[in-house]
Design a protein around this ligand. Structure first.
Ligand SMILES: Cc1cc2nc3c(=O)[nH]c(=O)nc-3n(C[C@H](O)[C@H](O)[C@H](O)COP(=O)(O)OP(=O)(O)OC[C@H]3O[C@@H](n4cnc5c(N)ncnc54)[C@H](O)[C@@H]3O)c2cc1C
Ligand SMILES: NC(=O)c1ccc[n+]([C@@H]2O[C@H](COP(=O)([O-])OP(=O)(O)OC[C@H]3O[C@@H](n4cnc5c(N)ncnc54)[C@H](OP(=O)(O)O)[C@@H]3O)[C@@H](O)[C@H]2O)c1
Length: 446
């Protein structure tokens, strides 16, 4: 029997498990599957942890989540085709849920089966090598401090790529008297109440961490961009300036001459694709981009078609794209989809990479990833979902952000699965301090 190792039980690993479960329900004979996760529970990044640094077994904490995180894109754009929000919550819910609500949704469909039995928790994969015929996977059972090895025919890498922080150094950091941290270790904006905060970066973490600090009472928030500013209309108390030059004592000195006294510097400088457990010839090497190289259809490793990566793209689309990838990968593993010969594979990868390199603005990027996801969708029996509506929703969302970065999360969109429109939330995001599932779902609360 074919043996498959899935590394990671975050949204991508769970999509993979779900895809096999659906095939089994249709009467197909599925491979033997073992999923490993180094955390104590499933959900990947969504399994929020208060811990930073190391876990209780001395492993680095993979989690980059924080309290008060709300979805930064409309939930309708990430909805599962085979499990709608309406089905999970029994009613339409607003379009921008907080973390606990999304976590509940992600787990909803996998809790229904017995997929948890296939996962070995608190188990880190420490080495994967290919012997020309199969993969040898070495893993550490952290609780019992026991190292074991098993042989597999396929390996699916679903370890995410927003867990290992990229941490640059700027002159003056060594002598800075305040706090310096990466967004990976940011857990709670309350910590910065009344403080002057400098945030470095110009992408989603910089935007959201800066807004969080402002929302929870920071005295000032100064965002330093390196290449392009985000350019939103920031509220009073927030500003965006050009690139940090150095720190001098507690002063942040920017390249445009701007000087800001600061208590904390939060590096929202992105993450590394980091696979220390893979042997060199299996390792994906890429930055955070929409079409990483060497991956056929964005998933199958060009040099070894039995190695599959899920979710390695920069992400507009998330959960339903992961599903389309998983359904495609499942059919490759089960022999229903034949990977073509090397020259076809290379041609296909080059086509997507060269299209990606020409993208100039968010609208084109949304189109690119929508086309990619639609193509994958057409290759498997993943259920119907309205990608044209998702494309339109993403573009409206971008527009809402430009219009007003403080209010875009108060908007509502239609589901690409059921068509129902998310009701307006009872409290505007800016004043909604309680992000619990209970309060969010209580739609009568004023
Ligand atoms: C702060 C933050 C906020 C985000 N917010 C949103 C949002 O609002 N909406 C959205 O759609 N997306 C959001 N994302 C994007 C996020 O990438 C996806 O939602 C999703 O979590 C990706 O799933 P994944 O399975 O690829 O990776 P992860 O969620 O990172 O899961 C990977 C899993 O692999 C395990 N693992 C890693 N290495 C090993 C190993 N060697 N052995 C065993 N197990 C291992 C980890 O423990 C983890 O459980 C956010 C990302 C970040 C960082
Ligand atoms: N739900 C939410 O609200 C939420 C919140 C946070 C994050 N997220 C998700 O988390 C994921 C990761 O986002 P991310 O913003 O952490 O990573 P990212 O999108 O990869 O962006 C990395 C940023 O770091 C900057 N940078 C890199 N090196 C730098 C340096 N030396 N000095 C200054 N800036 C530097 C880059 O700037 P350049 O452009 O100049 O290279 C870029 O702006 C995304 O999928 C996002 O959606 C979601």
């Amino acid at each position: 029997m074919t043996k498959v190792a899935i590394i990671g039980a975050g949204p991508c690993g769970l999509s993979m498990l779900r895809s096999f479960e659906q095939a089994e329900k249709k009467g197909e004979k599925i491979p033997e599957i073992v999923c490993f996760d180094k955390q104590g529970d499933w959900g990947g990044l969504w399994n929020y942890s208060w811990r930073t640094g190391s876990d209780q077994y001395g492993d680095p904490i993979p989690n980059s989540m924080y309290r008060y995180l709300w979805s930064n894109g409309p939930k309708e754009c990430l909805e599962f085709a085979d499990y709608s929000f309406d089905e999970h919550f029994g009613k339409p819910i607003p379009s921008f849920p907080p973390r606990e609500v999304l976590y509940d949704y992600i787990l909803g469909r996998v809790k229904k089966g017995n997929l948890k039995d296939k996962i070995r928790f608190n188990t880190s994969v420490t080495n994967v090598s290919y012997d020309g015929n199969s993969f040898v996977v070495t893993y550490r059972d952290k609780k019992n401090d026991k190292i074991s090895k098993n042989v597999f025919d396929y390996v699916i890498v679903s370890t995410g790529h927003f867990s290992v922080p990229f941490v640059p150094e700027y002159p003056g950091m060594k002598a800075f008297p305040g706090r310096i941290m990466h967004s990976h270790d940011f857990r709670d904006a309350e910590e910065f109440r009344g403080k002057n905060v400098v945030v470095l970066g110009s992408s989603y973490s910089a935007e959201d961490v800066a807004l969080q600090c402002h929302k929870y009472g920071a005295k000032s928030v100064t965002i330093g961009y390196r290449h392009n500013p985000m350019g939103f209309k920031w509220p009073d108390g927030m500003k965006e300036v050009f690139h940090l030059d150095r720190l001098e004592g507690n002063k942040a000195i920017f390249k445009d001459g701007h000087v800001q006294e600061t208590d904390a510097v939060i590096l929202c400088t992105g993450y590394l694709h980091h696979f220390p457990f893979l042997s060199e010839n299996l390792k994906l090497k890429t930055g955070n981009r929409l079409y990483p190289p060497m991956l056929y259809k964005g998933v199958v490793w060009q040099n070894n078609h039995k190695l599959i990566y899920l979710g390695m793209q920069d992400q507009f689309h998330t959960f339903n794209m992961f599903d389309c990838q998983a359904w495609f990968a499942r059919d490759v593993v089960m022999g229903k989809i034949k990977v073509p010969d090397n020259s076809e594979v290379e041609k296909d990868i080059n086509k997507w990479v060269s299209m990606e390199e020409k993208l100039e603005n968010p609208n084109q990027m949304i189109d690119f990833q929508t086309e990619y996801t639609k193509e994958l969708h057409s290759l498997s029996d993943y259920p119907k979902i309205d990608f044209e509506l998702i494309r339109k929703t993403f573009k409206e969302w971008e527009h809402h952000k430009v219009e007003n970065i403080m209010t875009y999360r108060n908007k509502s969109f239609a589901s690409p699965v059921t068509g129902s429109v998310g009701p307006k939330h009872h409290t505007d995001w800016e004043t909604a301090m309680d992000d619990s599932l209970k309060t969010f779902l209580n739609q009568s609360k004023k």
